[in-house]
Design a protein around this ligand. Sequence first.
Ligand code: ADP
Ligand code: MG
Length: 399
Amino acid sequence: MQRNSFFLIFFVLMLSACSDQPERIEFQFKTMGTIARCDLELPPELSPAEARSMAVAICDSVTAVFNTWQENSELSRLNNAPTGTAIPVSPWLRECLAAAERLHILSDGAFDPTAEPLMRLWGFYRQKGCLPSQAELDSARALLGKWDLTGSGEVTKTTAGTRFDLGGIAKGLAVDKIARRLQKAGVDNGLIDLGGNLFCLGGASGRHDWRVGLRDPLNRDRYFASVAITGLGISTSGSYERFVTIDGHRYGHIMNPATGRPAEGVLSATVFAPTALLADGLSTAMFVLGQDRSRELLGDLEEHVEAILVIPGRDMGQARVLVTPGLANRVTLAPEYEELYQLVTWFQPDQASAFIPLSTPHPRRVQPPAPGHSSRYHSSSNAVPRNGRPPRRWFLRLP
Ligand code: ADP
Ligand code: MG
């Protein structure tokens, strides 16, 4: 009798599990100089073809606005517009420029949407590096930040030669737009990845979670850690994928506006924020700012943002992984990195200057939170298998 009721309950559970299982699809396509990947659970009313065409259409629209390789994109037209003339911009460009302007101010100029002349000078648009002279660097730096955005959405360049490159933030906007469009179409669970800019859509029921892999900045084919997370935008900035080589030295594609030179010192910066737009802009800014000034920036934000900064360790091949306190229990170092990479809590809200080892005496590995751990995030350790499969791992692709 007991046995029968067990089977009955089991069967009912099976039935209910099968009847409302959403269809799980994955697709990818080339766009914006990288690859977009989507892993989605579809509601019955949305076909895979429809979901795909929604994502592709948004990327096409974003490209038409932001792609400076296209002469007729909106941003190219703005770059070529005369100085001193107020140019009305479309809602997406306005949204991006408003976010960029805010980050520019908050980061004391480290994030600069007008880094185009510096990128050009170092040869990034020709894919051929060229070491600029100090005079050239000074002239290019004089063009930075010379623009105004009005509340009604008009942009005025105030110096001839000022040009925009929104490569540090536009992919984040695209990811947000795709996520929102899919959510509106009924997708509750899914992951959108555009070249290392992600949004994890978690179920309203909180059933699912994503385990996001962090690419090793010293060896891009490997992942040094993973983070269990959902409901957030995530972005990583690193200089090792896009660079120019000059006299045998590699120069990364993120400029330090204070010097005019490619930023150095940070191996990678990963940001977890309410939107992919904010995560994208912040990860670029933090890559430039380094650990101390990034900490100040995080303290100045009104949004809840967490971050992971990878900086060089004491010896070659070693690194310190600075993790903000809200993530400390969510990061798991890959076993093969336990001797190489040291996880440390970046700062505590009340002890801003201290590095606090996450565990002692050998601060190597952090376990996922215990079941029932209360947090804003869902714990992957509790995650229900997705369509009978275990929660999948999803890896950040760096730009
Ligand atoms: P990716 O675009 O490869 O995802 P990031 O988001 O970190 O990487 O942005 C780097 C891009 O941002 C550069 O290729 C360039 O287009 C632009 N950029 C370079 N330096 C800066 C800067 N200081 N502030 C804002 N954008 C920048
Ligand atoms: Mg960025």
